[in-house]
Design a protein around this ligand. Sequence first.
Ligand code: RIB
Length: 300
Amino acid sequence: MKVLNFGSLNIDYVYGVDYFVRAGETLKARSREIFPGGKGLNQSIALARAGARVYHAGCIGPEGEMLRALLSKDGVDVSLLRQVDAPQGHTVIQVDRKGQNCILLYGGSNRCVQPSQVDETLAGFGAGDWLVLQNEINLLPQIVDAAYERGMRIALNPSPWEDNLKDVDFGKLTWLLVNEIEACQSADCARPEQAWEALHARWSGLSVLITLGGAGSVAHQVTGNGIFEVRQQAFPAQTVDTTAAGDTFTGYFIAGLAAGMTLPACMRRASMAASISVARPGAAGSIPERDEVEAGLSRL
Ligand code: RIB
């Protein structure tokens, strides 16, 4: 099975701070580093490192060539990437002493997807192939509709959550992958533990994975044989930087599903991969190789 990730690519400008800067305040950063990132790129790298056959589609600006090269080096097919005349999508990320982050996102090139590009990109994919999406590019509703028409399995990580997602037909998705906050936003509920029931009541064919930070993750998979619930603990880690931990989980999780692994196995491997990533700085560079993940699991 092929996996198409129609997603963002960013340059992350990462500043080490004692605490997140407050309104009206000027704060000295302790450090600055520049990393490749973007939820789309991070997830493609995680998919590739997890062993999936991945194609990354989207748009890059003139400064984005190093992002294309990085994907290519990891074995991701970049033939569907378009170059556009727009500033490369980028972020300003603050990382505090506990490794927590906050992110300011500028969409730039990522928001230059043209309507004609959607069908051209999907032309080589069909029934059974996977489409992975996040909410950092434009035209999501159109992409979901077109992929559904082709019989693709669609996994959406609706991050960052914004009003445009109301135009996406969640009934056409196979998997929704959310953190605790996005779970409440997508289900319109107050607590993440209420989210599955609310989402299932509205979209009965939708499988849902909720990551819960240190509390692990929970998945409900809707199949022809019923609904399966699996809970997975988070593995302990010395947290340095949580950026891309969710992307690492997503990439490993979908790669597992695409390879036909069982749901518990997918979640266990994804959880180990995410726990390794938080112990390293940066986004894409923090994503572990499959061997490291297997070694971590074998040490348990
Ligand atoms: O999920 C982490 C990513 O979110 C970062 O790499 C940043 O680019 C933002 O898109």
